[in-house]
Design a protein around this ligand. Structure first.
Ligand code: SAM
Length: 214
């Protein structure tokens, strides 16, 4: 365990040969994922939980963590009093870790980029960290996420700076804004989510907040 071990995992997930390969890698990584990310100063959790506290004050809000992973974000939100948390992920291994935290009312397997098994307007807020990144969930997933968001609800998520344009995130989100389905609320400055990773310390991202028209 350590920075080098974390980098070996990061290298593998960023070079995954497809969705099934990626899913298996996360199943295997789930055992040491939390400790590995702590070693490299993972910054998404404090950023996104701060944004949730700013925009979604109700502790009863129905909040979906899309790409929930081991549930690190839910753990913090639960400690802050949020009591209606759900999570979705394509990796059973990661979901099992999230389940063990006992802070989610619902955890289920699902694939971002495909149809999601939730009714329209199911959530007051949807968050996602580290999942809209190279070779992971596609920009097209934002159509489904917008559908399952309650009118007036918030979308809070991170996207790697480079892939924002390269992989069509700007295009999809601008399109949803032009169609008056979403409004842009705020975007953080660029930050380095893995500052102490020798391999990925130069990787940069932003967190974005959008609100569904309502
Ligand atoms: C880097 S981890 C981030 C986990 C958690 N959000 C965090 O910040 O610690 C990426 C997670 O997204 C999941 N994932 C990747 N692509 C996905 C997709 N298309 N649909 C659903 N989950 C996906 C992986 O299984 C993994 O749990």
């Amino acid at each position: 365990m350590g920075k080098d071990e974390t980098d070996r995992w990061l290298e593998q997930v960023y070079q995954a040969s497809g969705r099934e390969d990626l899913r298996k890698l996360y199943d295997s990584w789930s055992e040491s994922y939390d400790a590995d990310l702590q070693h490299v100063g993972y910054l998404h959790a404090p950023i996104i939980t701060g944004l949730v506290a700013r925009h979604v004050p109700s502790r009863d809000a129905a909040i979906l963590d899309a790409g929930v992973g081991t549930g690190a974000i839910g753990n913090i939100l639960s400690l802050l009093g949020y009591n209606n948390l759900s999570g979705l992920d394509m990796s059973e291994g990661m979901l099992a870790k999230a389940r063990a935290r006992e802070c989610y009312v619902d955890l289920r397997k699902g694939v971002l980029g495909e149809a999601l098994d939730f009714p329209d307007g199911a959530f007051d807020a949807i968050l996602s960290t580290g999942t809209f990144t190279t070779g992971h969930a596609p920009a097209s997933a934002f159509h489904e996420l917008t559908r399952i968001l309650e009118p007036g609800g918030f979308l809070l998520f991170t996207v790697g700076t480079i892939i924002w344009e390269e992989q069509g995130f700007g295009q999809v989100l601008d399109g949803l804004v032009r169609a008056k389905k979403l409004a842009a609320v705020e975007t953080t400055p660029i930050y380095r989510p893995l500052p102490f990773s020798p391999l990925e310390s130069g990787f940069t991202t932003r967190a974005h907040v959008y609100r569904k028209a309502g």
